[in-house]
Design a protein around this ligand. Structure first.
Ligand code: MN
Length: 445
């Protein structure tokens, strides 16, 4: 059996990055409220008892850069580079005959989505939403598989609203089915290894298999198992699988939903997913992701950081790239070799990633994952009348009713070249290794 989300939880637990909640909790607002508190501490949370018997809930598995580093077996600064290297070697998945995801199989009248601990996240959300579902579908013309992450709104015992619009591949595939008057079979895997979700969340060229990219991140073929009622396959280590059809010619209101920019997306006419089977492990781990959380930012950001890293590395000696805490703003640290390096990096970054609005280039001694540090560099090392690059009429994020994403600003916050002695940061010897407990009385703080 290859690694799944349970192995990740063990890894997090042994590095003190997992909180376990034993008290019974409600997926409606209570779970996300605890999640937010845990996120501030940089911890994943496992809720062992929820209102819905037979299930556990987990969140924030990829809530920190350190967790990503832990799973990738590297250092925090190296996560993007490691990710980029691994993604260059796709590995085709293999099929296995059995899976614990079949321990419980519910079909027909026994299908009841309301038994799942689907989380209601935000005050004005239309209801409970599945946010960590990996959707598998097959192109009816080419037979090529597609995997993506789509939000789904709970609408009844066997019915979900699903957001899946073109140009996203799943939306295009559904369009082809709809032209033929056919429903689209899909399978949704919930409770996945973060590598599998990362691969599914990456925008690949059409026809490129996301599961082969999951293999690339895993450095071994992803094991897949056949579904019960649809002609599709899902990761054998998945905790929960939903099978069914996205209906042809049917749209219903879906939303509002508190999305990644921290705003509510409005009600839209979206697709309907009729669920025909639910299979799951015993004591299954239901996974949820809060839109706009650091975890969500990591899933959305890693592939885009890699694109910026690759492009910027062609023109400068790049140390690290960060799209945290919002994927519309980027910080890049470099080992500066020439006065032109920062501007070259800004040019490349904006070309490589279209949604990018602000980009700041800092020196190698600045922690790009700490916005206080980046802000400090901007305030002590940049000169606003010279170190700026303004791009007018450069479109960014496309859903832009107020034309707020129509220009870009690049900032050179690097110290002048060959003046390093004057810009060396002061340090207190030994401060990094101090254990504060040693200096307190027992019971203090
Ligand atoms: Mn695709």
């Amino acid at each position: 059996m290859q690694k799944g989300i349970r192995d990740c939880l063990s890894q997090l637990e042994s590095s003190q990055r997992l909180l376990t909640v034993e008290r019974e909790v409600d997926p409606r607002f209570e779970i996300p409220a605890v999640m937010q508190a845990a996120e501030r501490k940089g911890k994943a949370v496992l809720f062992n008892r929820v209102k819905h018997p037979g299930y556990r809930v987990v969140n924030n598995v990829l809530g920190t850069r350190k967790a990503a580093a832990l799973f990738l077996g590297t250092e925090r600064e190296q996560v993007t580079r490691e990710w980029m290297q691994r993604m260059k070697q796709p590995i085709v998945p293999v099929e296995v005959s059995s899976s614990p995801a079949k321990e419980v199989v519910q079909t027909g009248d026994r299908v009841d989505l309301e038994e799942l601990p689907i989380v209601t996240h935000c005050a004005r959300d239309a209801g409970a939403f599945i946010t960590a579902g990996m959707v598998v579908a097959r192109d009816p013309e080419t037979g090529i598989r597609n995997v993506s992450v789509n939000r789904m709104q709970l609408k009844g015992k066997s019915k979900l609203g699903i957001r899946m619009m073109p140009p996203q591949h799943l939306g295009l595939i559904h369009e082809k089915c709809e032209m033929r008057g056919e429903n689209l079979e899909i399978a949704v895997a919930i409770g996945n290894h973060p590598f599998d979700i990362m691969a599914a969340a990456t925008s690949l060229p059409a026809g490129q298999d996301e599961f082969s990219m999951a293999g690339a991140l895993r450095k071994e073929p992803l094991e897949l198992v056949k579904c019960e009622t649809v002609d599709l396959e899902v990761p054998a280590v998945a905790e929960i699988v939903l099978e069914g059809e996205v209906l042809a010619g049917v749209r219903e209101p879906e939303g509002p939903f508190g999305d990644f920019m921290q705003y509510y997306v409005p009600v839209m006419d979206n697709h309907v997913f009729q669920v025909k089977a639910i299979t799951h492990r015993k004591n299954a781990v239901y996974q949820t992701i809060q839109a706009g959380s650091l975890e969500d930012t990591h899933y959305l950001g890693l592939s885009r950081e890699a694109a910026v890293l690759e492009a910027a590395s062609r023109v400068a000696d790049v140390r690290a790239v960060s799209l945290v805490p919002t994927i519309l703003g980027c910080a890049v640290s470099i080992h500066k070799k020439s006065e032109a390096d920062a501007k070259s990096v800004l040019e490349e970054a904006f070309k490589a990633y279209r949604w990018l609005k602000y980009c700041v280039v800092v020196d190698h001694d600045v922690n790009v994952f700490d916005m206080n540090d980046v802000w400090w560099a901007m305030n002590t090392r940049s000169r606003p009348d010279r170190g700026l690059m303004l791009k007018e009429q450069a479109p960014g994020f496309p859903r832009d009713a107020f034309h707020l994403h129509q220009s870009k600003l690049g900032i050179d916050a690097t110290a002048p070249l060959n003046q390093w002695q004057e810009f060396e940061r002061k340090t207190v010897p030994g401060s990094e290794h101090i254990a504060l407990e040693d200096y307190l009385f027992p019971g203090d703080g």
